[in-house]
Design a protein around this ligand. Structure first.
Ligand SMILES: Nc1ncnc2c1ncn2[C@@H]1O[C@H](COP(=O)(O)OP(=O)(O)OP(=O)(O)O)[C@@H](O)[C@H]1O
Length: 728
């Protein structure tokens, strides 16, 4: 069995056999891995992968059992690594290795506790047995522990990577338990971790088979024409190669097919405070300063990256992340070292260089099939020329108590909170996946809770897995939903970590390793992803010959056909949509044009009308003004003619009176309503301004006041002329 049984024995569970036998076999031949295990009669993978009722019916029509989809399930692999004592420290709790795959742990009996407290503690912390794929324990730091660990846990997945399969390896444990040591290793000879060793093996194995085509990976598994960013520009701020620490090289090679040409691409991203940063693309001085005032002052802030969805594969990738083609072990390790320099580390009470972020180093292998034409297609109509597989190696930040950080305030507190949040979310996702599988009857036999119907159809509703609750789980989502194998390395340090925290880690791993991951056929993700690549270069991913058996699977064929049919329907729908949109646009344009013509005509008529009005009014105003001036001139030139006043006033009245009433003597011609020649349609739109009755009255009053004033003036003049006869 390839899977692990890291299950707590406290559960009333019948354990499935461990894989000690398989491990022994692997010791002889590290690449020989046991076949994927059939976990009971039914399979893992949550309901996401459960065939629909219609699919099952169609399968029945095809005379095919739905069983084949189940047997591709793999349980998550879980390895336990126990850190050796460094300064001869004693163990803080009892952790005994029973066999290659089993450990038992219990708290030390502590003296001085009350009977009741000790009874409660005994209940809560009874010895628990945990089973793993393999348990690694070295009682003292040894030179060969790293190479043995790599050969057992990672080498098979490196071989898979070179054969077109994906995998995710992550370390889990409390701070100071040896996660970074496991992934990166130490600078001393023979102490390289599994990541540098994986790089060694990849280049050892593909030497002389380099792909020189200008093709680069795109998204998760697609390819596109293009070349890599020049590696030197990324390393310009790094130390020179001579300054780099010595990296010893793992000499292991794995056999690869010479029908392929290979190129290796690396990227390095960190999840820090729930944001994603590119560790290979960092302004100098920006590391460790994020979120701080110094960061703002120096302007060295790094731009967080966003996750993007890949439509074809349904997975997520980091948009804008640098993917660099590396041509040698030295280049790859320089980049790795550069990324490490940029990573957020901080001294805590537990670890003087504690990782404060989750780091994800991804190695992509792009393969070109030399014996295949660009035009050659698989059953999904996609080219078999190029494929991309990837391996992500993750060094998680330590799960820890906030009290263990040196200064449990400010940025450190925030970091610890975010680390714990993302790890908790990872645990929740795994837990819900496991529960979904139990509900679906897809789990290890001991976990099965309900009877099944004939086709493994879930009888209870499946819960939504909260991958989107943290960036870490969003990044892992594609692996957990079947894009590749998942390997968990659990690090335990019984010499400086307490029982409770260690027990939490063990419980997490016991739960996590029971999650079934239905690993999709290796060709499938690339097929999905290649649709986009096909559009750009007209050639894509090949379905590897080793996966021919999977292509022959009628269920897979049926799904591919159904997928293609659905795509065609979507395409047809989109075309109709486009046509309707075009028609709408044409109609809208016609209506707009007609309206514009109509309005333009109306506006022109109105403009002519108002110009005419204005001219007439100006003429009338001029005439009125002239008459008024004349009147005043005449009046002021005859101050002595008292007898004439009467006649003057009558002249005045005559001159200025308008037919229709004495109060309108001085009515302004402007106020008079006039007949118009405005065409009907424009009158609808623009009513000519006719003074309202109120306004007319006011103006008349004003005019009347003028009349009174003039009369008063006349009377005054008459008075004056009467009272000054001597001047005559
Ligand atoms: N198997 C081992 N053999 C020898 N030394 C080890 C081993 N595991 C860990 N160490 C040492 O223990 C110390 C802490 O290890 P490391 O930094 O890897 O812990 P960590 O789990 O990554 O901590 P954090 O989560 O805080 O980053 C280091 O000095 C490392 O060299």
């Amino acid at each position: 069995m390839s899977h692990v049984q890291a299950r707590s024995e406290r559960r009333p569970a019948a354990r499935t056999p461990g894989r000690a036998g398989a491990s022994l076999q692997k010791a002889e031949s590290p690449l020989k891995r046991p076949a994927p295990a059939a976990v009971g009669a039914r399979v893992p993978m949550s309901a996401l992968r459960t065939p629909s009722a219609s699919s099952v019916a169609r399968l029945a029509e095809l005379g095919v059992s739905s069983e084949p989809i189940h047997v591709r399930a793999l349980l998550t692999q879980a390895y336990l690594r126990i850190r050796p004592p460094i300064d001869g420290q004693p163990k803080l709790f009892a952790l005994d290795v029973l066999s290659d795959t089993e450990v038992v742990m219990a708290p030390h009996a502590s003296a001085g506790t009350t009977v009741r407290a000790s009874r409660l503690r005994a209940q809560a912390a009874a010895p628990s047995k945990y089973t793993f794929s393999r348990v690694f324990q070295s009682l003292e730091p040894s030179a060969d522990s790293q190479s043995t660990f790599f050969a057992e846990t990672t080498l098979p997945h490196v071989a898979d990577l070179l054969h077109g399969k994906n995998s995710l390896l992550f370390t889990y444990g409390v701070t100071n338990s040896g996660k970074t040591y496991t992934v990166q290793g130490d600078q001393q000879a023979g102490q390289a971790g599994l990541l540098p060793r994986a790089i060694d093996v990849i280049f050892n194995s593909t030497a002389g088979l380099e792909c020189t085509k200008a093709i680069r990976p795109m998204g998760l598994t697609g390819v596109q024409p293009g070349v890599s960013d020049p590696i030197r520009s990324l390393l310009r701020d790094s130390r020179t190669r001579a300054d780099l620490p010595h990296f010893d090289i793992d000499p292991t090679r794995v056999p690869v097919s010479d029908e392929f040409r290979y190129s290796v691409w690396v990227s390095y991203v960190e999840v820090y405070n729930e944001k994603l940063y590119d560790l290979l693309d960092t302004p100098p001085g920006a590391s460790l300063l994020r979120d701080s005032r110094a960061d703002m002052d120096t302007g060295a802030a790094r731009r967080p990256l966003l996750l993007k969805s890949e439509v074809e594969s349904g997975g997520k990738y980091v948009g804008g992340l640098k993917e660099v083609k590396v041509n040698s072990i030295a280049e790859a390790k320089e980049l790795l070292h550069r990324g490490q320099e940029n990573r957020s580390v901080f001294g805590t009470m537990a670890n003087h260089a504690s990782s404060r972020s989750h780091s994800v180093f991804t190695i992509k292998v792009l393969r070109e099939h030399t014996h295949v034409d660009v035009d050659e297609r698989d059953i999904a109509g996609l080219s078999r020329k190029y494929s991309v597989s990837r391996m992500s190696i993750v060094d998680l930040a330590g799960s820890e108590r906030v009290a263990n950080t040196e200064v449990p305030t400010g940025p450190r507190l925030k970091e610890a909170g975010n680390i714990n949040k993302s790890l908790m979310c990872l645990g929740q996702c795994l837990e819900i996946m496991r529960k979904n599988q139990i509900r679906a009857g897809i789990c290890a036999p001991a976990e099965r809770a309900e009877p099944q119907d004939g086709v493994g159809k879930p009888r209870r509703r499946q819960s939504i897995i909260p991958f989107r609750h943290s960036k870490l789980t969003e990044l892992f989502q594609s692996f957990f939903t079947g894009d590749g194998a998942v390997v968990m390395i659990v690090n335990i340090n019984p010499y400086s970590t307490g029982f409770e925290e260690s027990a939490n880690v063990m419980r997490f791993s016991a739960m996590a390793k029971d999650v079934g991951i239905h690993v999709a056929p290796s060709a499938s993700p690339t097929k999905r992803a290649s649709v986009r690549a096909k559009a750009s270069i007209g050639s894509v991913v090949e379905a590897e010959s080793s996966s021919d058996d999977e292509e022959d699977d009628p269920f897979v064929t049926m799904l591919l056909e159904e997928n293609e049919r659905l795509r065609q329907r979507v395409r047809a729908g989109l075309t109709q949509c486009e046509r309707a949109e075009n028609m709408c646009m044409v109609i809208e344009k016609t209506v707009r044009d007609e309206m514009a013509v109509h309005l333009e005509g109306a506006l022109r008529k109105m403009q002519a009308y108002y110009e005419e009005q204005l001219r007439t009014e100006m003429d009338e105003n001029d005439a009125f003004l002239d008459r008024k001036i004349d009147l005043f001139a005449r009046l002021s030139s005859k101050p002595d003619a008292a007898a004439d006043n009467e006649s003057s006033s009558s002249v005045c009245s005559d001159e200025i009176a308008v037919p229709g009433g004495d109060s309108a003597v001085f009515d302004s011609p402007v106020l008079a309503p006039r007949s118009t020649n405005v065409p009907d349609d424009s009158q609808d739109l623009f009513e000519p301004t006719v003074p309202s009755p109120t306004k007319t009255r006011k103006l008349r009053k004003k005019a009347a006041w003028n009349t009174e004033e003039i009369e008063a003036h006349l009377a005054e003049n008459a008075e004056d002329s009467r009272s000054q006869p001597a001047f005559r």
